[in-house]
Design a protein around this ligand. Structure first.
Ligand SMILES: [Zn+2]
Length: 77
């Protein structure tokens, strides 16, 4: 599986994370460096496969983080 199967470069901002085409929409001041609304400034968008994998792995990752935090707390006491 390739990373490309999970996410792809945002076509709206072409991966720049910022809203393009400010000259079409209005003044430069108001729209310059506005985060791209399509990808929320990430520059990429998850594919359906990426979204599903994230849903699958997120609980496991959260569990790992929780365990690590508990270990740290145990050391401090
Ligand atoms: Zn974008």
């Amino acid at each position: 599986m390739l990373i490309h199967d999970l996410k792809r470069t945002c076509s709206k901002c072409d991966g720049s994370s910022f809203q393009a085409g400010y000259d079409e929409w209005g003044s430069i001041q108001t729209n310059l460096q506005k985060l791209c609304p399509a990808c929320s400034g990430k520059g990429y968008i998850f594919t359906e496969l990426g979204k599903n994998l994230w849903k699958l792995y997120r609980p496991m990752i959260q569990e790992l983080i929780r365990e690590e935090l508990e270990k740290k707390e145990a050391v401090q006491k």
